[in-house]
Design a protein around this ligand. Structure first.
Ligand SMILES: *[C@@H]1O[C@H](CO)[C@@H](O)[C@H](O)[C@H]1NC(C)=O
Ligand SMILES: *[C@@H]1O[C@H](CO)[C@@H](O)[C@H](O)[C@H]1NC(C)=O
Ligand SMILES: *[C@@H]1O[C@H](CO)[C@@H](O)[C@H](O)[C@H]1NC(C)=O
Ligand SMILES: *[C@@H]1O[C@H](CO)[C@@H](O)[C@H](O)[C@H]1NC(C)=O
Ligand SMILES: *[C@@H]1O[C@H](CO)[C@@H](O)[C@H](O)[C@H]1NC(C)=O
Ligand SMILES: *[C@@H]1O[C@H](CO)[C@@H](O)[C@H](O)[C@H]1NC(C)=O
Ligand SMILES: *[C@@H]1O[C@H](CO)[C@@H](O)[C@H](O)[C@H]1NC(C)=O
Ligand SMILES: *[C@@H]1O[C@H](CO)[C@@H](O)[C@H](O)[C@H]1NC(C)=O
Ligand SMILES: *[C@@H]1O[C@H](CO)[C@@H](O)[C@H](O)[C@H]1NC(C)=O
Length: 323
C-alpha cells in the first residue's frame, strides 16, 4: 500500500482548490476525473461501470471553442485492463460524447477523430514529493491540449478539417476527412502521435454512427448528471506487465479532433467548426480511505472479482513504484 507522508499529504491537499471540488466543471479545470464527477469507489480505487463496461478511472473534458448552440458538450474516456497470455496486458479504452439535455445526438452531424497514440509531451502537474526526487503524478496529471500539442498543430488540423468539410458536398465527410488525414502531413503535428510519428494511429467515427448509452448503473461519469452519454468508439492497445507499460497505456493522453458540420438546414449550427480536446484518465488517491484499505480489501475481492483484479493491478503498480 502507498505510504503517504504528512508532508506529501499536505502538498497534495494544497493542490485541491486549484483542481476544483466545486459543483460545476469550470473551463480552467477542463480535464477532470472520477472525484469531480462522483463515481463510486471500490476500496480506495475509482470504479465506474457504464452500461456493461467497467473502468479503472475516467477522464472528462468539455469540448473547447464550440459554437454557442453546442455549449456544454463533453468527451469522456474510460480505460480498463485485461490480462493476456505470457504477461501481456490489453488496455481497452472507450470514448463517449456527453450532451446536455437540450442537444439531441441525432441532430449532430460531423466526425470525431481519436488519436490513439499519445503525444510526445506529457502534462507536468500535479507533482508528488518524494524522498529522492519530486515526480509528476502520472495518474492525477491533467491539462489541456495546448500543454502537450503545438498550437500550430491544433490550428492546422482544425482549419484543414473545417475547409475540407466545407468543400465536401456528398455525405461521406468523415471518409473524406480520414483520407485527408492519412495522405497529408500537418504543420506542427510531427510529435502528435509520439516523437516524430506524425498523427500516429487514429480512428474516425461519424456522429451518425454513435449510440446512446443506458443509464442503468451507479456510475454516470458526467456533470451535470442530467447530461446524456453516447458511445463514440473503443480502442485496444497491447502492453506488458511492467509498471511503465501500465502508466504509458492506462494513463496516456488522447487528443481528439471533433468536427461539427453546419448547413443551412441544420437547426443547431449554421457554420462548420472544429476543435481539439485532450483526454486522459485522471485518478487520485483518497488518503482518508487509504488508511483502512487493507481491512476492506477482503470483502471487496469476493464481491467483484473483475474489478478487484484491476485494483490488484493498480496496487502492483504502486508497489513497483519507488517514491
Ligand atoms: C473494458 O473496456 C472495454 C471498452 O474498451 C469494454 O468493451 C469491456 O467490456 C470492458 N470490460 C469489462 C469487464 O467491463
Ligand atoms: C520537492 O518539493 C518540495 C516542495 O516543493 C521541496 O521542498 C523539496 O526540496 C523538493 N525535493 C526535491 C528532491 O527536489
Ligand atoms: C465555407 O464555405 C463558405 C461558402 O462557400 C465560405 O464563405 C466559408 O469561408 C468557408 N469556410 C471555410 C472554413 O473554408
Ligand atoms: C464523394 O465521395 C466519394 C467517396 O467517398 C469520393 O470519391 C468523391 O470524390 C466525393 N465527391 C465529391 C464531389 O466530393
Ligand atoms: C490503426 O491501427 C489499426 C489496427 O492496429 C489498423 O487497422 C488501422 O489501419 C490503423 N489506422 C491508421 C490510420 O493507421
Ligand atoms: C442517470 O442516473 C443518475 C442516478 O444514477 C441520475 O442522477 C441522472 O439524472 C441520470 N441521468 C440521465 C441523463 O438519465
Ligand atoms: C514493457 O513495456 C515497456 C513500455 O512500453 C517497455 O519499455 C519494455 O521494454 C517492455 N518490457 C518487456 C519485457 O517487454
Ligand atoms: C435543405 O432543405 C431543402 C428543402 O427542405 C432541400 O431542398 C435542400 O437540399 C436542403 N439542403 C441541404 C444542404 O441539406
Ligand atoms: C478506519 O477504521 C477505524 C476503525 O474501524 C475507524 O474508526 C475510522 O473512522 C476509519 N477511518 C476511515 C478514514 O475510514
Amino acid at each position: 500500500m502507498v505510504r503517504i507522508t504528512p508532508a506529501s499529504l499536505a502538498f497534495l491537499l494544497s493542490l485541491l482548490p486549484a483542481y476544483g471540488l466545486s459543483e460545476d466543471i469550470k473551463p480552467s479545470e477542463s480535464l477532470v476525473g472520477c472525484n469531480e464527477v462522483s463515481c463510486p469507489k471500490e476500496n480506495t480505487y475509482d470504479r465506474c461501470t457504464v452500461d456493461d463496461k467497467t473502468f479503472l478511472g475516467i477522464g472528462l473534458a468539455r469540448i473547447p471553442n464550440v459554437p454557442s448552440a453546442l455549449d456544454g458538450l463533453s468527451l469522456i474516456k474510460g480505460v480498463n485492463v485485461s490480462q493476456r497470455d505470457r504477461g501481456a496486458r490489453q488496455f481497452n479504452s472507450a470514448y463517449y460524447l456527453g450532451t446536455p439535455p437540450e442537444i439531441d445526438v441525432k441532430d449532430l452531424s460531423g466526425c470525431v477523430v481519436i488519436f490513439n497514440d499519445p503525444p510526445e509531451k506529457q502534462f507536468d502537474g500535479p507533482v508528488k514529493t518524494g524522498k529522492d526526487k519530486n515526480v509528476t503524478d502520472v495518474q492525477a496529471a491533467r491539462g489541456t491540449c495546448p500543454d502537450v500539442v503545438e498550437q500550430k498543430c491544433i490550428d492546422t488540423l482544425t482549419a484543414r478539417a473545417r475547409s475540407l468539410i466545407n468543400a465536401t458536398s456528398n455525405g461521406s465527410v468523415c471518409a473524406a476527412l480520414e483520407r485527408e488525414l492519412k495522405q497529408n502531413t500537418f504543420e506542427g503535428c510531427g510529435d502528435l502521435g509520439g516523437k516524430g510519428k506524425g498523427l500516429g494511429n487514429f480512428t474516425v467515427t461519424s456522429f451518425g454512427d454513435i449510440s446512446t448509452v443506458k443509464n442503468s448503473t451507479d456510475c454516470w461519469p458526467i456533470k451535470p448528471k442530467s447530461d446524456d452519454l453516447a458511445l463514440v468508439t473503443e480502442n485496444i492497445a497491447m502492453g506488458n506487465s511492467t509498471a511503465t507499460s501500465m502508466y504509458q497505456e492506462a494513463w496516456k493522453i488522447t487528443p481528439v479532433l471533433t468536427v461539427f458540420v453546419g448547413d443551412n438546414n441544420n437547426s443547431l449550427v449554421d457554420k462548420t467548426s472544429a476543435q481539439m480536446t485532450c483526454l486522459k484518465v485522471v485518478t487520485e488517491d483518497n488518503p482518508d480511505e487509504e488508511e483502512n484499505g487493507s481491512k476492506n480489501s477482503a470483502s471487496m475481492l469476493s464481491t467483484s472479482p473483475y474489478v478487484a483484479g484491476m485494483a490488484i493491478l493498480i496496487t502492483a503498480v504502486w508497489a513497483a513504484r519507488a517514491l
